[in-house]
Design a protein around this ligand. Structure first.
Ligand code: NAD
Length: 237
């Protein structure tokens, strides 16, 4: 069985109307990272942190997947004898909405919060604030958005390590190659023998580690690539 790992970043969601981290527009630009994405910010100004993620949740809830997400759905259902796993840095749920499978959110999810008292994860529908209590331990003010803040450990790293060691093909879509450890995943896959592909609007910081580069909108470049893979499969049957 062939194994493909797809690493996605904010760029795959850009065409769904969600601004990337480093783009000049969008919500991220109205806030300083240290005010909304650090544990210190959450301890000293929890309501500012909650306000930011509540706003982001509203925006992300409305967003719909684009052709790049659906190209993954197509590959996962039509590529024979191939396991495709998705490692995403995105906190949005566009992979889930596109019915992608095998998704690992290494930076957390916008629809969850985690209790800093008991460690339980709770689904979040509406807004949360510092007066909410954890439904498990009932302690008030300890619910933190289940997002990996700067300085915190990304999630699922043991599983990710295994996937990177086993994959034949490593594909990165819409990621600047700046945020570690995700920016280092291509190197691990490459050292383990995988062919490496980059689909990005412009050059990523770690561009030299990719064997093949496709520049442009992921909804066009990756969709084309996925269709070509299926044509290749058909002609080899
Ligand atoms: P980034 O903002 O640093 O880089 C995005 C990359 O995507 C850029 O290199 C850009 O050239 C490329 N890009 C933009 N539009 C594209 C398109 N249509 N097609 C293909 N490529 C496109 O994003 P990052 O590397 O993911 O790192 C930022 C961090 O911020 C991540 O850790 C992520 O958790 C977080 N973030 C998440 C979201 C989200 O969940 N949608 C949005 C913003 C930021």
């Amino acid at each position: 069985m062939k194994k493909i790992v797809i690493l996605t970043g904010a760029g795959i969601s850009a065409e769904s109307g969600l601004s990337t981290f480093r783009s000049a527009d969008g919500l991220w630009n109205n806030y300083k990272v240290e005010d909304v994405a650090t544990i210190e910010a959450f301890e000293y100004r929890p309501d500012m942190v909650h306000k930011f993620y509540n706003e982001l949740r509203h925006i992300m809830n409305k967003a719909q997947p684009n052709l790049a997400h659906y190209a993954i759905t197509m590959l996962q259902s039509e590529l024979l004898d191939t396991e495709i796993n998705i490692i995403t840095q995105n906190i949005d749920l566009l992979h889930e909405k596109a019915k992608n499978k095998n998704i690992y959110h290494i930076h957390g999810r916008i629809d969850e919060c985690i209790c800093l008292n008991c460690g339980q994860i709770t689904k979040v529908g509406g807004d949360i604030s510092s007066v909410n209590s954890c439904p498990h331990c009932e302690v008030m003010g300890m619910l933190k958005p289940n997002i990996v803040f700067f300085g915190e450990m990304p999630k699922c790293l043991n599983k990710v390590e295994k996937l990177l060691a086993e994959c034949n093909l490593f594909i990165a879509i819409g990621t600047s190659g700046v945020v570690y450890p995700a920016a280092g995943f291509v190197q691990i896959a490459k050292e383990n023998g995988a062919k490496t592909y980059l689909f990005n609007l412009d050059k990523a910081d770690n561009v030299d580690l990719f064997d093949y580069h496709f520049y442009g909108k992921a909804s066009e470049t990756f969709k084309q690539f996925a269709e070509d893979l299926l044509i290749e499969q058909e002609s080899s049957l």
